[in-house]
Design a protein around this ligand. Structure first.
Ligand SMILES: Nc1ncnc2c1ncn2[C@@H]1O[C@H](COP(=O)(O)OP(=O)(O)O)[C@@H](O)[C@H]1O
Ligand SMILES: [Mg+2]
Length: 226
């Protein structure tokens, strides 16, 4: 279903300046269609994480508009913003961020628990996700018993737990070897095609081959189509 008449993400003239210093973002415009898979490439310090945090309503721009799934970020109060973030946006970071004391299954259940889903529902959905992506055998393991590649794929499933519309992945391949980076990108492609989740991924690499529909470069605080 991509018949919505709004974009998944729309940024209009977004600026960001931290307390002291030069602006990090200097007028970013971006429109990401529902169901598309895009990348943002940029050097370390270019502002990729800043931009993703702003898109994900974890931070606010100094000026400019952020419109997510047709809703203007500046018109949401804190509670509405957290709700939107929890239910409709999934995050994946460079360092997998799994809870070390929880099993894989429990890690995937966590966002559902935060959204108030009951245990039986959480277990069923987490198991379905693991099954669907061929990771069932990992269910009862602890993160420390997994390879980095496996941990990152589990982190992606956890981000899918609440059936988000948008997946934001900040340098998700940066800590992986080439083979695991490819497996992860394959997983993103499947998720994008099967669930029509809109995906925005960042990378520092200018060369890395990506299965994206469109690529942008963030440089000097502005976004250019690659
Ligand atoms: N919370 C913050 N406070 C002050 N400066 C920050 C903060 N977060 C990031 N910066 C600065 O903003 C710039 C962009 O950082 P970041 O968005 O993390 O870039 P990237 O993710 O592309 O490496 C850097 O110069 C960084 O030092
Ligand atoms: Mg970053």
């Amino acid at each position: 279903m991509s018949g919505e008449d709004y974009a998944a993400v729309k940024l209009v003239n977004v600026w960001k300046e931290y307390r002291r210093g030069e602006p990090v973002l200097r007028g970013v415009d971006l429109e990401v269609k529902v169901g598309s898979f895009i990348s943002i490439r940029g050097k370390s310090g270019a502002g990729k994480s800043t931009l993703l945090r702003i898109i994900g309503l974890l931070d606010q721009p100094t000026s400019g508009r952020v419109i997510l799934l047709g809703r203007d970020g500046s018109e949401l109060d804190d509670e509405e913003a957290s709700r939107l973030r929890l239910k409709r946006i999934g995050f994946v970071f460079q360092f997998f961020n799994l809870m070390p004391s929880l099993t894989v299954l429990e890690n995937i259940e966590l966002p559902m628990a935060m959204a108030g889903a009951d245990k039986a529902f959480r277990e069923k959905r987490a198991m379905e996700l693991l099954d669907r992506f061929g990771m069932r055998r990992l269910a009862d393991k602890l993160p420390s018993q997994l390879s980095g590649g496996e941990q990152q794929r589990v982190a992606v499933l956890r981000a899918l737990a609440n059936e988000p519309d948008i997946l934001l992945a900040d340098e998700p391949t940066a800590s992986l070897d080439e083979e695991n980076a490819e497996l992860l990108l394959d997983l993103f492609t499947e998720i994008n095609e099967e669930y029509l989740v809109t995906i925005i991924l960042t990378t520092v690499s200018m060369e890395e081959k990506l299965p994206t529909h469109r690529d942008y470069i963030l440089r000097n605080g502005r976004l250019y189509q690659a």
